[in-house]
Design a protein around this ligand. Structure first.
Ligand SMILES: Cc1ncc(COP(=O)(O)O)c(C=O)c1O
Length: 391
């Protein structure tokens, strides 16, 4: 079932034939050992991808459920949480924490920028924070967080490091076994979802708990939820033929296929490919006189947040593209109307990105801008190749 449109919003991302075929397989019983084998294999690859000795949980739900699972199993009502926010999705943790009765404080950056590490350290010095949330890539701003800087600061103050990988997992390394500068300075929880760089349709919440986060849950009393309580799932993830709640069987087939594709590409190669794509797209886009919201060092490999030059009509621009079969996303919040967002992650192909660049050029030409689409495509190919070369 080839895709009729180029869905280049920052998730859901284009689904490849192999994954559609997996989705369309006959539904088995959720307690069938053949199904359990498929699920276990997918979970094993997920553990490998996050390099964790802890446990991974894959359940029916969206990324917001995985945010909720991360918090409800680590921070009790009344305990303190610090949210480091680089945009709309960083801020979403405030809402989740409020709903759970967690005492939340937030440091929110101006859109397109990062929160300064000095501010974070100053806040943590006040003491008492049980956990800190960081959004690896905020999908509203295209800002990538710097884990090398942030993990050591958070761990120095003894808080759990919770990483939202919804717009990053499987495209940027999230290594929970890695020690950032000192023993025990590790990422404790990564939460994510199926529909972005993993390349599966929306519908799965995926959460990895490292050993310290699992220990935290075991020291907590009851938590105020049922479906999201990892204690109800932990034995199921070890033996997926057991029952707690019915698995989304066909989505697990698709997830299994997607994890196989990721493993086959190689985690490191996949991260490098995304890095190269991000650089190449940004280099091509600026040839059109458009600009990127954030500076290059913090721009995400998975999506680009682009600002129009003077005089471009947003609605007309995106409608032109949609009529040609290219779907991009509008900006959110304070940036609405000022540009657009394009996703370039998952199983997206370079051919489709070149076609997208060509169409973006044509959309600008239609609004009277003297741009050169052939040159933009050439720049994309050249910068991509340079960044995929062996170092
Ligand atoms: C970084 C990030 N976190 C969380 C979410 C919420 O995920 P969902 O919409 O699947 O609930 C999104 C959604 O796009 C996101 O981009």
């Amino acid at each position: 079932m080839p895709n009729k449109e180029m869905l280049l919003i920052p998730g859901p991302t284009p689904v490849v034939d192999e994954i559609y075929e997996a989705l369309a397989q006959e539904t088995m019983s959720h307690t069938d050992l053949r199904f359990a084998k498929i699920f276990s294999e997918a979970l094993d690859i997920t553990r490998k991808m996050f390099n964790t000795d802890g446990e991974v949980f894959v359940v029916a739900g969206s990324g917001t459920l995985s945010m909720e699972m991360a918090l409800v199993n680590t921070v009790a009502p009344g305990e303190k949480l610090l949210v480091v926010s680089h945009g709309y999705f960083g801020d979403r943790f405030i809402g989740v924490a409020n709903a759970l009765g967690i005492q939340v404080e937030a440091l929110s950056a101006e859109w397109g920028k990062q929160v300064s590490t000095e501010l974070i350290e100053q806040k943590l010095r006040e003491g008492g924070f049980k956990a800190v949330t960081v959004t690896h890539v905020d999908t509203s701003t295209g800002v990538k967080s710097n884990l090398d800087e942030l993990v050591p600061i958070v761990k120095k103050y003894g808080a759990l490091f919770i990483l939202d990988g919804v717009c990053a997992s499987a495209a940027i390394e999230e290594d929970m076994g890695k020690e950032y500068g000192a023993a025990g300075y590790t990422i404790d929880v990564v939460l994510t979802a199926s529909q972005k760089a993993i390349g599966v349709p929306p519908g799965l919440a995926i959460v990895a708990f490292g050993p310290k986060a699992l220990e935290t849950r075991s020291q907590m009393d009851k938590v105020h939820c049922y479906y999201a309580d990892i204690n109800n799932w932990i034995h199921i993830m070890k033996e997926p033929f057991k029952y707690f709640a019915t698995h989304p069987i066909n989505m697990i087939y698709a997830y299994h296929r997607a994890m196989k594709i990721i493993e086959k590409e190689g985690f490191k190669t996949r991260y490098r490919r995304h890095n190269a794509i991000g650089k190449a797209i940004r280099a091509a886009i600026v040839t059109y006189g458009m600009s990127i919201l954030s500076r290059e060092e913090i721009a995400a490999p998975t999506l680009s947040c682009i600002l129009y030059p003077e005089g471009v009509d947003d609605q007309k621009f995106r409608t032109f593209l949609a009529q040609k079969g290219l779907i991009v996303a509008a900006h959110l919040g304070p940036l609405a109307g000022k540009g657009f967002r394009i996703g370039h992650m998952g199983n997206v192909t370079n051919d489709s990105l070149c076609r997208a660049l060509q169409l973006i050029g044509e959309a600008l030409q239609e609004q009277g801008l003297p741009v050169d689409p052939e040159r933009a495509v050439q720049v994309f190919k050249q910068v991509f190749a340079e960044n995929m070369e062996d170092v």
